[in-house]
Design a protein around this ligand. Structure first.
Ligand SMILES: *Cc1c(COP(=O)(O)O)cnc(C)c1O
Length: 436
């Protein structure tokens, strides 16, 4: 049948997702993945948020093929090309002008962590201070600077060097519903004897994608922005996973009414799964010396072509946002219904837009087992959180209602099967154990 032997034999032990989904995929269309045996899977993973417009989106694919057929530049370092010009014109016309925003664009190396590295470097240069505030359960990438602001020990322990110049603070809700973590942060900043080195910046996700679908309230984000102004820190929103429409608006922080100093984008920016990253900075922060930060792959022109088309096709009016919010309701209802079907089990739902998490007891392995079962039933879905305790529902924003419901049905069925199996041996049951 499907031959996976070479992956075991040749690929480093570091490999990850191939272990969760041990088949060889051969085709992908919209929200469907197809393996070599012809089995179809609904995709509720979307390349960890890279495929917001689905696999091989036909509109984007056509643009891409047309561009290739004219021998348009594929690689351009940071030389000027027509594709790059059109991308910037489109960002200005579709994203910035309608919001009356003014940002300059830095094209970094193509992966998310490249954008985060550039953002942190810039913030430290601007403020002349090394320390940065990051949050518990935050994820910002795995290269040196980004890793230092990433919370998960699994990634940090792999560094092999000291990771410093970061102060971790509790994210919204980290200390339970009764503790205002902003007040805690404010106290630390306000007290010259708190032990915290004055930070140049704060880096934060509005919804923690890898950290367990933890959602910062709009109020919390607004207060965080206020603290940034008050204590002369730059606000960096890492919108790599939950930007590009994931939460309903193009930028995830829009509904909070904040204006970050620096924004990082990557994952779904090209719209087609092509690598591309971007740092948006307020113009007065652009103190880079020419060439001071570089990267061979800053000019993925194929990504510029599809990124511009994605903006043109989906973000020139509010129709797509409305659709995302409608689908959010559908998913939310379904998951809440599931939670109510199993009272006392310790399930809960959290999320914003089309990133929704089904949280299970932290010490139960239930989420992993549901994901595993779901895969058998034809659904690709991942877990997130410190203990992989949150089933992360991350469908393409363009998914049809039919496919969405089909995927949700598989979650419902898989959850039922996993919980029934647990119920069969009561001592394995650890429900009611520690909850986060
Ligand atoms: C995925 C991700 C990154 C890192 O992107 P890579 O392309 O994997 O380097 C950074 N920040 C957030 C919020 C992410 O989800």
């Amino acid at each position: 049948m499907m031959d996976l032997k070479i992956f075991d034999r040749m690929e480093s032990e570091v490999r990850g997702y191939v272990r969760s989904f041990p088949v060889v995929f051969s085709q992908a269309r919209g929200s469907v993945l197809i393996d070599e045996s012809g089995k179809e899977y609904i995709d509720f993973f979307s390349g960890a948020g890279t495929l917001n417009y689905g696999h091989n989106n036909p509109i984007l694919k056509e643009k891409l093929i047309d561009y290739l057929n004219t021998d348009g530049l594929v690689h351009g370092l940071d030389m000027a090309t027509g594709a790059k010009r059109y991308f910037m014109e489109t960002v200005e016309r579709v994203l910035l002008k309608p919001r009356s925003w003014n940002y300059k664009l830095q094209f970094t190396g193509p992966t998310g962590t490249n954008a985060v590295e550039a953002a942190l470097k810039l913030a430290r240069q601007v403020k002349g201070r090394p320390n940065v505030i990051s949050f518990t359960h935050g994820f910002h990438g795995v290269s040196g600077g980004s890793l230092a602001v990433t919370a998960n020990a699994k990634f940090r322990e792999a560094a092999g060097v000291a990771l410093g110049n970061t102060t971790f603070m509790p994210y919204d809700g980290y200390l339970g519903p009764d503790v205002n973590t902003i007040a805690y942060l404010e106290r630390m900043l306000d007290d010259p004897s708190s032990g915290m080195d004055r930070p140049a910046a704060v880096i934060v996700e509005t919804v923690q994608g890898e950290g367990g679908v933890n959602v910062a309230t709009r109020r919390w984000l607004k207060d965080l922005e206020r603290l940034c102004h008050q204590y002369d820190m730059l606000l960096i929103i890492d919108d790599i996973q939950v930007g590009c429409g994931r939460t309903g608006s193009f930028f995830s922080f829009e509904s909070a009414g904040i204006r970050p100093d620096i924004i990082t984008l990557s994952k779904s920016l090209s719209g087609f799964g092509l690598p591309m990253s971007l740092v948006l900075m307020k113009p007065e922060l652009d103190i880079w010396k020419p060439g001071a930060h570089s990267g061979t792959f800053r000019g993925n022109n194929l990504a510029f072509v599809t990124a511009a088309q994605a903006l043109d096709s989906y973000w020139t009016n509010s129709a797509f946002s409305d659709e995302i919010r409608r689908k959010e309701e559908l998913v939310r209802d379904w998951l809440e219904n599931l939670v109510h079907s199993y009272p006392g089990v310790g399930l809960s739902v959290r999320g914003r837009g089309l990133i929704q998490g089904l949280a299970t007891p932290a010490d139960s392995d239930v989420a992993n087992q549901i994901a595993h079962k779901a895969f058998e039933h034809g659904l690709v879905i991942e877990t997130s959180g410190a203990n992989d305790e949150v089933l992360k529902v991350l469908p393409a924003l363009t998914i049809s209602d039919e496919q969405l419901k089909k995927g949700l049905e598989i979650i419902e069925r898989s959850t039922g099967e996993v919980l029934a199996a647990k119920g069969a041996s009561a001592h394995v049951l650890k429900f009611g154990g520690k909850r986060r």
